[in-house]
Design a protein around this ligand. Structure first.
Ligand code: NDP
Ligand code: 13P
Length: 337
């Protein structure tokens, strides 16, 4: 289905961005550039003041923010009269943040989930959490290969916006797109969520392979076989295979499994190098690996890389032991997806 036209004029919305980290700040800039007015909620007053000065040194060091983001530590103020709300806190914090937003959330406005992960304690996808807490707000997800620093700097980036109704997805994609942010639309919300959540697990594996000096061939093998696992999990959740061939799937795997700019890759890199992990920036793949491993076991999905990453992270096995176990599994045809 054809989505919205970038050249189509759309009137500016009042967009509320919930989250003052790297991605929330970058998306706030992207929304300004797309012609919207932006209120950003950050719970940390220092972050609010910094954004007011045109910087976010804690999360986007060295990047000057264009003026126009109206930052506040009052969630009620951020949400007042919003036409659209972007939820941009880590996946494990989404439930708490939406619960705090609930009484102030404008009725019926779209809620766009921008985090990538699965709730560790429940196995819930983020759209399920949103529907549980805010049943009156239509839910969408924005995902794809997009480093916050690249988007904040205005570098060309493509993402996908998904919602159960293609009409909503296409409308949001048209409204969010600007010269350097191209938004595709999709009606496969689940597929887009699964792709964004699981790529972080494989990005940790990619970093660990590099850190442990296992070579570029091992890296390519992991990404390829990881992609097979992603498709298997996607199929079990009812995702469309072509969604995972797209930006939130293959695209994000390509980006984050090979670049230390990815915090998940950087986490895996430190793991592979035997460096301390405490104090590293957010790596969403850590909690997601644990719950994804539980899901694939319960659903009997063959996903040895996901299982290995979870076991390495919880200290059950070493990277070398994991690689040895993966390399000596029973042989099979490659196309046995
Ligand atoms: N960074 C990136 O390049 C991209 C990130 N994403 C995804 O976006 C999500 C957020 O990532 P990112 O912004 O980078 O993370 P950061 O670690 O940079 O920032 C997290 C932000 O969330 C805030 N926060 C955490 N918990 C709560 C809460 N309960 N209530 C209110 N605010 C809260 C933090 O506040 P405080 O400072 O007070 O702790 C901080 O402002 C992740 O799921 C990530 O995978 C997606 C695409 C790109
Ligand atoms: O999701 C991202 C890019 O698409 C950001 O990846 P990291 O969270 O690993 O930095």
């Amino acid at each position: 289905m054809t989505g919205g036209d970038v050249s189509k004029a759309t009137s500016g919305w009042r967009v509320a961005v919930l989250g003052g980290g790297a991605w929330g700040t970058a998306l706030a800039l992207a929304m300004l550039r797309a012609g919207h007015s932006v209120r950003l909620f950050a719970r940390d007053q220092e972050t609010v003041e910094a954004i007011g000065r045109g910087e976010n040194p804690r999360y986007l060091p060295g990047i000057a923010l264009e003026p126009g983001i109206d930052a506040t530590s009052d969630i009620k103020v951020a949400l007042a009269d919003a036409d659209c709300v972007l939820a941009v806190v880590p996946a494990q914090s989404l439930r708490a943040m939406l619960t705090a937003a609930k009484t102030h959330m404008p009725k019926g406005v779209p809620l766009v989930l921008c985090a990538k992960g699965i709730e560790r304690d429940t196995g819930a996808l983020l759209s399920a959490i949103a529907r549980e807490i805010l049943p009156k707000n239509p839910v969408a997800a924005l995902s794809g290969p997009s480093f916050a620093t690249d988007v904040a700097r205005g570098l060309p980036t493509a993402v996908v916006v998904a919602a159960r109704g293609e009409g909503l997805a296409a409308d949001l994609a048209a409204r969010f797109s600007a010269e350097n942010l191209r938004c595709y639309s999709s009606d496969d919300l689940i597929g887009v969520e699964i792709g964004g959540a699981l790529k972080n697990v494989f990005a940790i594996a990619g970093g660990a392979i590099t850190g442990a000096g296992l070579g570029a061939s091992a890296q390519a093998a992991m990404v390829t076989r990881g992609f097979v696992e992603l498709r298997r999990v996607g199929a079990a959740f009812g995702a469309k295979p072509e969604t995972l061939m797209g930006l939130s799937g293959l695209g994000d795997l390509l980006l984050t499994c090979s670049s230390a700019q990815s915090r998940n890759f950087a986490y895996g890199l430190a793991l592979g190098q035997g460096k301390p992990l405490a104090g590293l920036p957010l790596a969403e793949g850590v909690p997601t690996a644990a719950i994804a491993a539980r899901i694939v076991t319960e659903r009997r999905i063959d996903a040895p890389i996901i299982t290995a990453v979870a076991a390495i992270l919880d200290g059950t096995i070493t990277i070398r032991q994991a690689v040895s176990a993966l390399m000596t599994r029973p042989l099979k045809t490659e196309t046995d997806v």
